[in-house]
Write a protein that binds this ligand. Structure first.
Ligand code: ADP
Length: 397
């Protein structure tokens, strides 16, 4: 018998919701609440039976959004009774070393998620708030947390310990955690399915290239190495984040420019990356397709740094995995930008990888040539479906 399961992604000012019927993975309805906490009412957008509508509604908190959502499901007769919803799967940013996989949430787990807040101060507290709002509104439902970090808990210590005094790992939990785990795991599974291969037999590199961007090297279906680190700032250059840089630049600027630690934090998280180098925008479309002649920035250089970094990381992960069977692109840029994919692969021909320009231009599922030793794929990510799959699996267990 089918079961209805929700996927929830709560941010500080938004709440995203999807309802699926499982196991057939049918998406029933998709909703988005925005402007939470601003004290000016909420905006509510839903997509149901092919119709998309956006409206202003009353309310200010996550709990207000949840209450509205449940009324909406009943009013639209998407469910006849809220008891039809058996579980809610929540995206939670940080599971630290506590959560090696998705987990059923009872009181103890909720406290553990809150205790991990120092590692993700912008995300874990709001994720916990979302869980509490649903616990209260749907007491009959089981709540499950799916963590951005847990997929990467399979990394070996050599790939997660930083070469700084070991006591900072032991005392403060400073290590590489990695993020986007749900997305990397999902596209790897989907690719194996499409290729009719066993995931366990494949060495895969997944490139999640969106506003936030990370790569993951996967073997045996497990994360071996990933580019984000202690925080989602590390690794590739991103829309506004600098990615990996020489760490001594920061104390140097602090001293010589008189910057505070808040100034530095803002600079590396919000003023760097594509925005910082191009001096135009943090959005690749603005930089690559817009009329940039009116600016004196460095749009070409910025994009060049980005794709060079992606290519270098692919090369180093192929070395770490000892080979490569599949290369996957996903997320906003990975799914839509043939130029970013083309330039990120340029120079990787020595691996036996060959892009078909026509297939690449039209965003085909497989964009490599028939002769390419390594299939290169474009697999749309779907973190909500992965959350619901994990939740469904936990209910079964
Ligand atoms: P996030 O979820 O991390 O906010 P997305 O995965 O939505 O980010 O990716 C956003 C990036 O993808 C932006 O830089 C945007 O310009 C780029 N992007 C989205 N759609 C397209 C497209 N059709 N062509 C080129 N770039 C695109």
């Amino acid at each position: 018998m089918s079961q209805k399961i929700m996927a929830i992604n709560s941010g500080s000012s938004s709440l995203k919701f999807q309802l699926f019927s499982m196991p057939e993975e049918e998406l029933l309805v998709k909703c988005l609440f925005e402007r939470i906490g601003l004290g000016q009412g909420l905006t509510f957008t839903y997509t149901y039976q092919g119709v998309k509508e956006k409206m202003a509604i009353a309310g200010n908190t996550h709990a207000d959004a949840v209450a509205y959502l449940l009324d909406f499901l009943l009013a639209k007769e998407i469910v006849a009774d809220l008891k039809e919803i058996v579980a809610v799967g929540h995206r939670v940013a940080h599971g630290g070393e506590t959560f090696q996989s998705a987990s059923l949430i009872e009181e103890a787990e909720l406290q553990q998620i809150e205790a991990l807040s120092p590692l993700a101060p912008l995300h874990n507290p709001v994720n916990a708030m979302g869980i509490k709002a649903f616990q209260k509104a749907l007491p009959h439902c089981r709540q499950v947390a799916v963590f951005d970090t847990s997929f990467h808990q399979t990394m070996a210590a050599k790939n997660y310990i930083y070469p700084i005094p070991y006591k900072y790992y032991e005392e403060d939990g400073i290590r590489r955690y990695g993020f986007h785990g749900t997305s990397h795991a999902y596209v790897a599974q989907e690719a194996a399915k499409h290729l009719n291969k066993d995931l366990a037999d494949l060495k895969i590199i997944t490139c999640h290239l969106g506003n936030g961007a990370s790569l993951c090297g996967i073997a045996n279906g497990e994360s071996v190495i990933t580019s984000m680190g202690f925080t989602p700032l590390a690794g590739l250059m991103m829309g506004t984040r600098c990615g990996d840089i020489d760490p001594s630049i920061l104390p140097f600027l602090q001293k010589n420019k008189g910057l505070s630690s808040e100034d530095i934090d803002r600079m590396i998280n919000h003023e760097s990356g594509l925005l910082g180098v191009s001096e135009i925008s943090s959005d690749f479309r603005d930089v690559m397709e817009g009329d940039v002649s009116q600016y004196d920035g460095n749009p070409e250089l910025a994009v060049d740094i980005f794709t060079t970094k992606v290519k270098q990381t692919i090369g180093s992960y192929a070395a770490e995995l000892g080979g490569l069977d599949v290369l996957i692109f996903t997320a906003g840029l990975g799914e839509n930008s043939y130029e970013i994919r083309r330039d990120s692969c340029q120079g990787l021909e020595f691996l036996g990888l060959e892009i078909d320009p026509e297939k690449n231009f039209t965003n085909q599922l497989i964009i490599s040539t028939e002769n390419s030793k390594i299939p290169v794929m474009v697999v749309p990510t779907n973190e909500e479906l992965m959350i619901v799959r994990d939740t469904f699996e936990i209910l079964g267990a």
